[in-house]
Ligand binder design. Structure first.
Ligand code: NAP
Length: 291
């Protein structure tokens, strides 16, 4: 990529940012269209968030992605926030519309697009079990509830967090929910009624890929579609165990690709080159794994 006087800068604000795959994915997408744009990671400390957001406007940047630890705090610094992002209470994409900074959350919508396009799964009316109640679980819970699922069970190591999230989703969307601790009997009962399981904790993520999954895969009925938001490794122990049970499985790589694709589409108005974005990520992850 050649930087010229006309290059438009996009970026990632977070701390840390060194591990992020977004620069690779977004610069590949810009290069595909030969757009005069580049995407740069910026390590932004908590105390510098307000100055960093003001700089999007001051420097005429096209937009940014926002990652940990700023996804919630950034809302207070934006001019407008999209309804889904407001409900989730977190923004991962900012678009600079001629100086107006608008926030979106493409994590939840990216997960839904991965479900629909990669697994052909329509969430409407379905019963869903969600493991975890952190930031990713929150985005997925609201995205599913807003798309009309029939019931949502949330199980988490800290039961109070699951109950709070379940209550929040129910109050704001009208979806029927239950939040509880990770008790095998409760999870087994829920799974017997569910069509979809989503794992949203870091358990099983590289370099701890040998960790026991949060639930025993033997609890999984073969009819359940099993999604792990962990994308490294692409085939986690949970997904291997689920596949052995005869379940269809979906890796978190799709969510990662589609949240990036949706951000690209918000910034450029062009359809993202999804398969190219996915293949550069797969290559990068397999290079990391072979080191
Ligand atoms: P987070 O906000 O820190 O939440 C972590 C969640 O996992 C909490 O519910 C926590 O339970 C639970 N947890 C953590 N360690 C656990 C353990 N040892 N045993 C049981 N539960 C445990 O993290 P997050 O941002 O939601 O991310 C969660 C996972 O999703 C990560 O693996 C991340 O890589 C993945 N993710 C993927 C994508 C994607 O695009 N595919 C996007 C975002 C996140 P407590 O409440 O009890 O602490």
């Amino acid at each position: 990529m050649v930087i010229t006087g006309k290059t438009r800068v996009y970026g990632l604000f977070g701390d840390p940012v060194g591990h992020s795959l977004s620069p690779l994915m977004q610069n590949t997408a810009f290069a595909f269209y030969d757009f005069p744009c580049c995407y740069v990671p910026f390590q932004v400390k908590r105390e510098d968030l307000s100055v960093a957001v003001a700089s999007i406007r001051a420097l005429g940047m096209g937009g940014v992605n926002i990652t940990i630890p700023h996804k919630e705090k950034v809302l207070a610094h934006l001019d407008q926030v999209d309804k889904e992002a407001e409900l989730i209470g977190a923004v991962n994409t900012v678009v600079n519309r001629d100086g107006l900074l608008v926030g979106y959350n493409t994590d939840g919508a990216g997960f839904i697009r991965s479900l629909q396009e990669e697994a052909g799964f329509d969430p409407e009316g379905k019963k869903v079990v969600l493991l975890g109640a952190g930031g990713a679980a929150r985005a997925v819970a609201f995205a599913l509830a807003l798309r009309g699922i029939g019931f949502l069970w949330i199980f988490n190591r800290t039961p109070a967090r699951a109950q709070l999230l379940a209550q929040d989703v129910a109050e704001k969307t009208g979806c029927q929910t239950i939040g509880a601790g990770l008790e095998a009997e409760l999870v087994r009962n829920a799974l017997e009624q569910a069509q979809l399981l989503v794992h949203a904790s870091p358990v099983g993520m590289y370099p701890h890929h040998d960790e026991e999954p949060l639930i025993d895969p033997l609890l999984l009925p073969p009819e359940v579609l099993v999604c792990d938001l962990v994308y490294n490794p692409p085939r986690t122990r949970l997904l291997s165990g689920a596949a052995e049970r005869g379940c269809r499985v979906l890796s978190g790589l799709g969510m990662l690709v589609y949240q990036g694709a949706l951000a690209f589409e918000l910034w450029t108005g062009k359809k993202a080159p999804v398969s190219l974005m996915r293949s550069v990520l797969e290559e990068q992850l397999s290079r990391q794994a072979s080191r």
